[in-house]
Design a protein around this ligand. Sequence first.
Ligand code: BES
Ligand code: MN
Ligand code: ZN
Length: 501
Amino acid sequence: MRISLSDDSLQQAPVDILVIGVRSTNPKKDALLDKVVKAAGGTVVTRAIKDEGFEAKSGQTLKLAVGGRLKAPWLLLVGLDAKATPEDARTLGARAVRAAKQQKSVGIVLPEDAAAEVRLAVEGLIGASYRYETYKTGSRRSKGGVKSALLLTADKKRADLRDALKHGRALADAVNLARDLVNGPPNDIHPIALADAAKKACDDAAEDVEKGSLTCKIYDEKWLTKERMALFLAVNKGAATPARLAHMVYKPAGAKKRVVFVGKGLTFDAGGLCIKPAGSMVDMKCDMAGAAVTIAIVVAAARMRIPVEVHGVIGTTENMLGAAAYRPSDVYTSREGKTVEIINTDAEGRLVLADVLHWASELEPDYLVDHATLTGACMVALGNYRAALYGNDDEFADAYMEAASDSGEAYWRMPLDADLKSSLKSDVADLKHTGSRYGGSITAALFLQEFIGKTRWVHLDIAGPAYVDHAHGRYPKGGTGFGVATGVSFLHRLAKEQADT
Ligand code: BES
Ligand code: MN
Ligand code: ZN
């Protein structure tokens, strides 16, 4: 989608449909509505409002033909919350895309001339345009869709607005990339393909960044063996495809902080010998969402040239079953050194992460963050729309929660209750890899904590919001890209902190 800033008046904007947000149906109470009513001339707008029962309620829209004095033949009124927020601009962008049918170009009248509005309108436009159609053929592919958008502002040359446009696009494209990877079928998005996708994402973004500052290395099973990642490799034993670790690095000149993101990349989780029932297996292509989010964050950060060193590390394999598969009661030595007794082969994510997090901690990050669709228990606790956040450092956890509130994604801080650790005691090894059923998301987090030493760390269990069976708010059905926006917000906060000190 082509998106540009424009200083056309709302009468002159050369678009198929003009979009404005309103808080009242009374032009005397809503200055923008007043302007549009006058510009359209006559009673066409006020009549339609009355006839169609439009009440300007939040989320309500009214699409009407206004072939009057406006250049745009169509007008879309979007009801907004009583309290104005920059998020209104996202709503306008998203509603514009959904309401446009034959209309190819949209004009959005921004509520305020601020950078946040521009960025959010762009996110709304691109985010709501998302469709997964890679495997649709012929007429099953959707036609049309909005091709271009104008954001009406007073001054289209303002540098902060132009930057905001670029940032909005970088973020929304990255979110859509994560969605594509999650929605991709596991026969095509297998571990080798996922690692290659990380590399390709870096190569594609390389032209937008300083030469040599964005790189990606892929490591194969021989390297994993050499690196003593026996827990990771145990999960891979039942699979026909080999495991991979991809390491993306964005290292801009002048960066003072290093953030390492780690992602769980199970391209398919059948449960291993402790096989899942068919009903729970069907969505398990989504079990690489943590890896997808990780790739997207690095690429977005690079495209925005955030002056922070950002790494993305993904551990990717399938969890399958067969003669070679790892078994309950097997014991493996982790990269960190602790021995681990396998209990339930369906708790594979924490095994992959244990070794990968340990390796990542040796990169000496100032901040270590992992994203993982780790536990069904997390969904029981928090539902489908909220992710769990665990952290071993209150300041860092608080900062990440604040980043989440900046980005508008829903997280909840969960406790690393030391009392529950006793359920990870093993009779034969240093640790069991699953604990009591109660607090299953917490015991998974406690297990991970055994492998990161003293590194400042946040663990995000995104099992609920990473993949959903119906569209909700700004998230489409299927892969959502949940987590990308908050990761990027956190990096922006660090950059700002760095600039302020
Ligand atoms: N990938 C699943 C968790 C999951 C469930 C993600 C539903 C998304 C939606 C994970 O590997 C898993 O199977 N966890 C088990 C752990 C249990 C065996 C201790 C679970 O939650 O049931
Ligand atoms: Mn599993
Ligand atoms: Zn899993």
